[in-house]
Design a protein around this ligand. Structure first.
Ligand SMILES: NC(=O)c1ccc[n+]([C@@H]2O[C@H](COP(=O)([O-])OP(=O)(O)OC[C@H]3O[C@@H](n4cnc5c(N)ncnc54)[C@H](O)[C@@H]3O)[C@@H](O)[C@H]2O)c1
Length: 442
């Protein structure tokens, strides 16, 4: 059906999509402007941490199913009859979407693509972006579609190979059907074909609804701490209602990552720009900021103030299973507490390469922070250990060893990953986010 399939942008979305397409037997050319990234990809390094991705990437390189070139849209689009645009679309400090890179790339690509080809926007964009691109390109022989990506980091490959749904926004039904046919899916995947603006809005609403669910869970946690309720039991009861569902109802230090904050801000920008600002949408974002601040204050409350106190932080990525530090609530908590705490040890399983460490160090006050190679070195002689990310390995920590090496054996678990019964047997004071606990040093 297509003779030259190209993916432009080899980040979390682009490389996962490329590898998943190869898994269904399709040959893919991957193009990225970052030459170093392309060199690493050619050697089988996906440049991101995702379960199963590296193995599959290497397999596809060995069978020549996937190829890589560094360059921009003008390189990617030559003779392409299916081009996926997976470029970043961020918001600026005021929440205004920054879509120039994507729009320019689409225009450039349109000059080089094969007649009858399909240009597919995978990036998250403001509603009407695809419509405006199609209109301004002015090439009637080209289809411009949008197919928003719904993968979650940490399970990106699994989500891309087995999506719950594929949403395609297109003016040309045949082009949408052809695209749907080649995308990875299973027998339960729902394929929804609609107009481009509805597809774009569906993506933004999905993420804002997920953000609002987590915001709700965190609100319950904050209420529970002040009322004596146990938020985990409350949310278990609430999530058991099938109308509500139990995903995204786990309280934590706040939501983050590259998508939820940005997409919520984009929706907020959209409601303002169409003349119907929404306090509801705005509050989802601002409630999260307030919650992160409350978590940071809680940590400060729990720290003894002796001038040489040491805090151990377990986890800095925005969730377990990914190396993504973008807009991680853990980073915001660290930056807030590092203004007051003199010594902070950090451990995160993803900080295992020099480039990951320097990315992390660029986000925090390095003078206060010491990165450790494992969880036990991190908590050594600490007055308080705080779990900020739900990495699997934190669930199986040897708590007896943790107790033996800590200065004062106190853990503040913001992710509900530490076994309460074992901690109590061993003599660790476990304080869980979302349950009522006494202030230790008030
Ligand atoms: N990361 C996610 O979990 C996720 C999930 C769903 C949707 N999305 C959306 O998908 C889009 C891509 O996100 P991502 O996380 O993969 O981004 P990313 O930053 O990980 O990757 C973007 C890639 O594009 C490359 N690039 C930038 N400008 C380029 C240009 N002009 N020409 C060629 N390459 C260029 C970068 O080098 C980088 O490798 C965004 O709109 C995002 O909102 C992301």
């Amino acid at each position: 059906m297509y003779s030259r399939i190209v993916v432009l942008g080899a980040g979390y979305v682009g490389i996962t999509l490329s590898v998943a397409l190869c898994a269904t037997g399709i040959r893919v050319l991957v193009v990225d402007i970052d030459e170093k990234k392309i060199d690493r990809l050619k050697k089988g390094d996906p440049c991101i941490r995702e379960d199963g991705l590296q193995e599959l990437l290497k397999k596809h390189i060995d069978t020549s199913c996937i190829d890589f070139i560094s360059g921009d849209a003008s390189v990617a689009a030559i003779d392409a009859d299916l081009l996926f645009i997976c470029l970043p679309t961020d918001v600026d400090i005021s929440g205004k979407p920054q879509l120039d890179t994507l729009i320019n790339a689409a225009h450039t690509a349109s000059e080089y693509m094969a007649s009858g080809g399909s240009l597919v926007v995978k990036s998250t964009v403001l509603p009407e972006t695809t419509f405006k691109i199609a209109k301004s390109i002015g090439r009637r022989d080209l289809n411009v579609l949008v197919c928003p990506e719904f993968l979650q980091e940490g399970t990106a490959l699994r989500d891309t190979l087995n999506p719950d749904r594929i949403v395609i926004g297109a003016d040309n039904f045949q082009a949408a059907s052809d695209l749907a046919e080649i995308l990875p899916k299973n027998e339960n995947t729902e394929v929804i074909i609609t107009d481009p603006t509805s597809a774009e809005l569906a993506k933004m609403i999905s993420n804002t609804m997920l953000a609002s669910k987590v915001t709700f869970a965190n609100l319950v946690a904050d209420i529970a701490e002040l009322t004596g309720a146990n938020s985990h039991d409350v949310l278990l009861a609430v999530g058991a209602d099938k109308r509500i569902g139990n995903t995204h109802l786990r309280p934590g230090p706040g939501w983050g990552g590259s998508c939820l904050p940005k997409d919520t801000q984009m929706l907020s920008y959209l409601t303002q720009s169409i003349g119907m600002p929404s306090q509801f949408v705005d509050s989802i974002y601002s409630e999260n900021i307030d919650h992160i601040e409350r978590v940071a204050n809680r940590i400060l409350d729990l720290m003894p103030q002796k001038g040489s106190e040491k805090l151990a932080i377990l986890g800095v990525t925005f969730k377990g299973g990914t190396d993504d530090l973008r807009r991680s609530p853990a980073i915001e908590v660290i930056n807030a507490v590092s203004k007051k705490v003199p010594n902070i040890n950090i451990y995160d399983p993803s900080l295992s390469s020099n480039s990951a460490i320097s990315d992390f160090e660029s986000l925090v006050d390095q003078r206060k922070i010491s990165i450790k190679e494992d969880a036990y070195k991190c908590v050594e002689s600490a007055d308080l250990a705080v779990v900020l990310t739900d990495w699997e390995e934190f669930k199986t920590l040897d708590l007896a060893l943790v107790k033996a090496v800590m200065g004062t054996p106190v853990i503040y678990d913001t992710r509900n990953v530490i076994d309460e019964r074992v901690a109590s047997e061993i003599g660790i004071e476990l304080i869980k986010l979302g349950t009522q606990n006494p202030k230790r040093f008030s």
